[in-house]
Design a protein around this ligand. Structure first.
Ligand SMILES: [Zn+2]
Length: 422
């Protein structure tokens, strides 16, 4: 695959183009991708034919939403019918170096990874250690490709064995660490326990660490205490599609990759939603090996399009808010337990809550039941603030609030109970 010419070479400049210019370039790539996938994969040809579409029908970016979303469950079924890749492999198997398995099980052929972090050539002449797993799942190989794209020579360590990794980092004067933030923290701790001055004896200049809660705090420590430059913050990556979004140095959410088109869609209709609305993340990677056009990740997020201080003009995903199966649609907006938890966790006096959705006179109604540990000083003012916070995060208002006796809401009850009867 490495020798095969790349139909969709990575272009760093796209990240900083005005939106209209970038969209023009993405449209060119999309039209090429649709024609290519239609001609080279039976799976996509069938999907387009069944939708009554021809490749030429996609003449604007918003035409993309005419193509039905390929859900993870659909892909699972297709892979059973047409093994191993459901009719979506666009090249002969002999051109694929690796195959991975992700939960499902779903099988993924190795795809091209074009991402880089930091300026081109940053890693030339330096060694990086990669502590993601190289087995079964693609994380290790994906990051291996990223490091090679950046010019690094890679030591494929895989996870675990802190002593060995510490010794390698010392002996080879490793310049970049890739893995989880907590694993890097434990290597540094080991080195210090062994009597080393980490900043002086080691040569660690860069870290690409993600995949855990609390990553920001550790990244701050790495940079302030040890002078390690953290390349990017969080990374949103799935086994099926590769790297979808990465946070920038200004940490204002994760910028979407320009090597794919990222949409937020209504999970029930597959239609694209405007910026600011919560829906399912659907991605179309520019991939000439395994073109999963409009792949539904099942993850919920939203697009933010205002200007980021870092200078990139690409839209951002503030964070992943949960799985689309748990979301409840209320008055045309999706509300997810991740959102209600975000609001309610700000209020320490709330010990438990449940949002109950009912329907009367063709209107969805939301009742917020709360158990309070103690009564707020000014209940009216408290309720007003809660209403505002709730609407800011969930984009819809609750209609009523009910104060419940302690222990009346089961601890394991669903945070959003849909009790509508149609
Ligand atoms: Zn930014």
């Amino acid at each position: 695959m490495a020798d095969k010419p790349d139909l969709f070479p990575h272009d760093d400049s796209l990240e900083r183009l005005p939106a209209a210019d970038r969209e023009g370039r993405l449209l060119n790539k999309l039209q090429l991708l649709i024609k290519y996938a239609y001609a080279n994969t039976g799976g996509f040809k069938t999907r387009l034919d069944q939708a009554g579409l021809k490749p030429g029908d996609i003449s604007t970016l918003s035409d993309l939403e005419k193509i039905p979303v390929l859900k993870k469950d659909d892909l699972l079924k297709l892979q059973k019918e047409i093994p191993p890749f459901g009719g979506y492999l666009a090249v002969p198997l002999s051109e694929i170096d690796h195959v991975y398995q992700s939960p499902g099980p779903i099988y993924d052929p190795q795809r091209r990874i074009r991402n880089t972090f930091g300026s081109p050539g940053l890693g030339r002449g330096q060694i990086a250690i990669n502590s993601w797993s190289y087995q079964v799942t693609p994380a290790g190989m994906i990051m291996d490709s990223v490091l090679k794209n950046m010019g690094f020579t890679v030591f494929p360590a895989g996870p675990g064995n802190t002593d060995l990794q510490m010794q390698v980092m010392l002996d080879l004067q490793v310049a970049c660490f890739v893995g989880s933030p907590s694993f890097l923290a434990s290597i540094i701790k080991k080195a210090e326990e062994a009597g080393h001055n980490f900043k002086k004896d080691f040569n660690l200049k860069y870290a690409l660490v993600f995949g855990e809660m609390g990553g920001d705090r550790l990244r701050k420590t790495f940079s302030e205490k040890y002078g390690i430059q953290c390349l990017g913050g969080d990374v949103y990556v799935t086994a099926d599609t590769g790297i979808i979004a990465t946070s920038c140095e200004d940490n204002a959410g994760m910028h979407v990759s320009t090597d794919m088109i990222v949409e937020i869609v209504d999970p029930s209709t597959g239609r694209a939603l405007p910026a600011g609305e919560v829906g399912e993340v659907v991605v179309t990677p520019f991939d000439d090996v395994y073109p999963l056009i409009r792949f539904g990740t099942g993850d919920l997020s939203m697009l933010v399009t205002d200007r980021c201080a870092c200078g990139r003009t690409t839209p951002r995903l503030p964070k992943i808010m949960g799985r689309s199966g748990d979301a409840v649609r209320v008055r045309a907006m999706f509300v997810h337990p991740g959102q209600t938890n975000e609001v309610m966790s700000k209020y320490r006096e709330v010990s438990n809550y449940q949002l109950i959705v009912t329907r009367s006179d063709d209107r969805d109604e939301m009742l917020l039941q709360v158990e309070l540990e103690h009564k707020p000083a000014n209940t009216e003012q408290w309720l007003e603030t809660l209403r505002k916070d709730f609407q800011a995060v969930c984009k819809v208002r609750f209609d009523r609030i009910e104060y419940m006796p302690a222990g009346s809401i089961a601890k394991d009850a669903k945070k959003i109970a849909d009790k509508r009867v149609y």
